[in-house]
Design a protein around this ligand. Sequence first.
Ligand SMILES: [Zn+2]
Ligand SMILES: [Zn+2]
Length: 259
Amino acid sequence: MNLKILGSSGSVAPGQNTAAFLIDDVLLLDAGTISLSLDRDAQFKISHIFLTHAHLDHIKGIPFLMDNLAMSRPRTPVKVISGKEVIREIRRHIFNNRIWPDFTRIPSPEHPVLQFEEITPRKPLVIRGYRVYAARVNHIVPAYGYLVEDQTGAAVVYTGDSGPTEDIWKRMTGHRVKALIVEVSFSNSQSRLARLSGHLTPALLRKEIEKMPAVPEKILICHPKPAYRRTIEKELAAIEGIPMEILEDGMKIRIGEGN
Ligand SMILES: [Zn+2]
Ligand SMILES: [Zn+2]
């Protein structure tokens, strides 16, 4: 799998955009940024978008992608996939013909550019040869992490926003997890704030790693709040024996051996 980091920050600043991770040009994990990072052809290749939760920093690329698609020739709709609570919030509060048009009926109800689909932790989805598993994570709103496995059996796990959690780590059992994309939003001195807001610090992540069935080959850190990025970097570097890398927008990372 080829992973492209469109955005990986916990907020926006020049050169830093919010969570969006593109797999093999077609599957997108979260949609914090799309049209600012990809040209028109690349935007139009995206076929499925998996959302971890409905917070603005994870969804704000979708309204503008839909606007761009609606101006093009009719095509297969982009599927936006998540748990039912997440889909409900986005339908109700974004694509409601008040904040933004209902693109599930545009350009026509028969051939829209947007379709929603629900996923549950009970049943993986098979899409274009990938198997995608969802698992609940621990945030202040309903939120899901994903395990995406390619045809060779290599897997990438993305937690989205989450404080200390359980199910997504259990989900990793029996899978060859080549890379884990996990959030660290705050520094160690902000442990209380992290717990209250459903996020991690370097020290909390260290404890989460102990819960995993095996340490993933690559641990890729996302979602640092820009103000704390340097401190988080130092605190992560001080964790011995577990190399971790803080992601930057525009990075390209190869995962596993396939394609
Ligand atoms: Zn969030
Ligand atoms: Zn977030």
